[in-house]
Design a binder for this molecule. Structure first.
Ligand SMILES: NC(=O)c1ccc[n+]([C@@H]2O[C@H](COP(=O)([O-])OP(=O)(O)OC[C@H]3O[C@@H](n4cnc5c(N)ncnc54)[C@H](O)[C@@H]3O)[C@@H](O)[C@H]2O)c1
Ligand SMILES: C[C@@H](O)[C@H](N)C(=O)O
Length: 371
């Protein structure tokens, strides 16, 4: 069977002299799988139209973004249609709020089993080592961010999944235009994180053109959230400052005061992700888009916060690794293509971000003090 299929594929390659897109259609039609599975897994794939709602698997779901995404998707598609997964043990509120499953993305067989047994149709791939922790452990970052990505793309192609892989401002480097940074320009990042994300963008787009994989990718700015902790990135200071400002009135920043980076509030980021996943394929002129909301420096953020918390003291002790990374990243992100193609529009600018974060952290610490 497998041999017959690959013969057919070879024949298709020889006889198709038309465009890539047409080639992808013919390959998809015979359920060719990039991993050359011996079973006819592709024939059993659940097409999106078979179900009322997508059945979603989120990998790396216990990080800064996954739990919030699961909450939003469960409101939209029903609690049992969204499965969170990770290699860590979930806190009890997460465990009791909907399906959770252990999944190591480096375990290809286990990943496939989860996709098959749960009739998954959408895969949101959040597992990664971020920029600063990646530099501290390059070989693990290479395994998780590159080998893991290969597993995800192969599984997604085999089972005709719609797959979302986030990229980042970190996919650009010192030779990219930094103010603003457009979607298409030189990408020569200097971190393993950035290199792995450029690889993910290119592999996903290649699978889209070659096998018809429904690959979708957004380059997120630094994401700011109140109820989840960042996982070891360069933009983490912009989350920590809120917690320290409320709890101690003091903050020591690990980036220079004039370091400008693109940032976004988590609610905008998660909504953008859902909008990108739901966008009709015809609306997408590209498969990887920049999205943006605001850009600020530590000094500007501190200044805005001090308007509400005048006693806040900010000092600077520069982390040379993070500073070098930040100095190579975009200062402003050009997301005009996302706005034009599928109507992206952010809701939170700096004043709304500050108000929302302080309300959240303030009410949280009032509850903690009362208990
Ligand atoms: N948070 C941001 O500011 C930001 C910005 C740009 C892009 N992104 C991207 O969004 C995604 C989610 O980011 P995040 O901030 O939630 O990351 P995070 O670091 O907080 O969480 C990543 C999760 O991946 C899990 N993980 C690690 N190795 C794994 C493995 N082998 N198998 C399965 N899971 C594994 C970790 O346990 C962790 O829970 C990442 O791909 C990241 O690159 C995030
Ligand atoms: C920007 C993003 O990819 C992540 N927050 C990092 O700093 O590594």
């Amino acid at each position: 069977m497998a041999r017959a299929l690959s013969k057919l594929v070879r024949h298709a390659f020889r006889t198709q002299s038309c465009s890539c897109e047409a080639l992808a259609v013919s390959v998809r039609a015979i359920s060719f799988s990039p991993r050359q599975v011996t079973s006819d897994a592709g024939f059993h794939s659940v097409s999106f139209s078979e179900t009322d709602h997508p059945k979603v698997l989120i990998t790396g779901g216990l990080g800064q973004l996954g739990v919030g995404l699961a909450k939003m998707l469960r409101r939209q598609f029903g609690k049992n249609n969204v499965i969170l997964s990770d290699i860590r043990k979930p806190p009890s509120d997460v465990y009791h709020n909907g399906p959770f499953i252990y999944s190591d993305i480096l375990d290809y067989k286990n990943l496939r089993e989860i996709v098959v047994n749960n009739r998954i149709t959408w895969l949101v791939h959040y597992s990664a080592l971020l920029s600063a922790v990646g530099e501290a452990n390059v070989s693990l970052a290479r395994d998780v961010n590159i080998t893991g990505l290969h597993n995800i793309l192969d599984i997604a192609a085999e089972h005709s999944l719609r797959v979302f892989v986030p990229s980042t401002i970190g996919a650009f480097g010192p030779s990219s235009p930094r103010n603003p940074t457009p979607d298409l320009c030189i990408q020569r990042p200097r971190t393993i994180y950035g290199v792995s994300k450029v690889h993910a963008e290119l592999m996903g787009e290649y699978f889209h053109h070659r096998y018809g994989l429904d690959f979708r990718c957004l380059r997120y700015p630094g994401i700011i959230s109140a109820d989840s902790q960042p996982g070891g990135g360069t933009t983490d200071y912009a989350v920590q400052i809120f917690h320290d400002a409320v709890k101690t009135g003091k903050f020591e920043c690990n980036l220079r005061p004039d370091t400008r980076l693109p940032m976004m509030y988590i609610t905008d980021c998660l909504r953008a992700t859902l909008e990108m996943m739901e966008a009709p394929a015809e609306a997408l002129s590209m498969r990887t888009y920049n999205i943006n909301a605001m850009s600020f420096t530590p000094e500007e953020l501190a200044h805005e916060l001090q308007k509400v918390l005048p006693g806040l003291e900010v000092t600077y002790r520069i982390d040379p690794v993070r500073q070098a990374i930040a100095d190579s990243w975009p200062m402003n992100f050009d997301d005009s293509n996302a706005r034009k193609d599928w109507g992206w529009k952010h809701d939170y600018d700096l004043p709304e971000l500050i108000q929302t974060m302080l309300n959240f952290i303030g009410s949280d610490s009032r509850i903690a003090n009362a208990n």
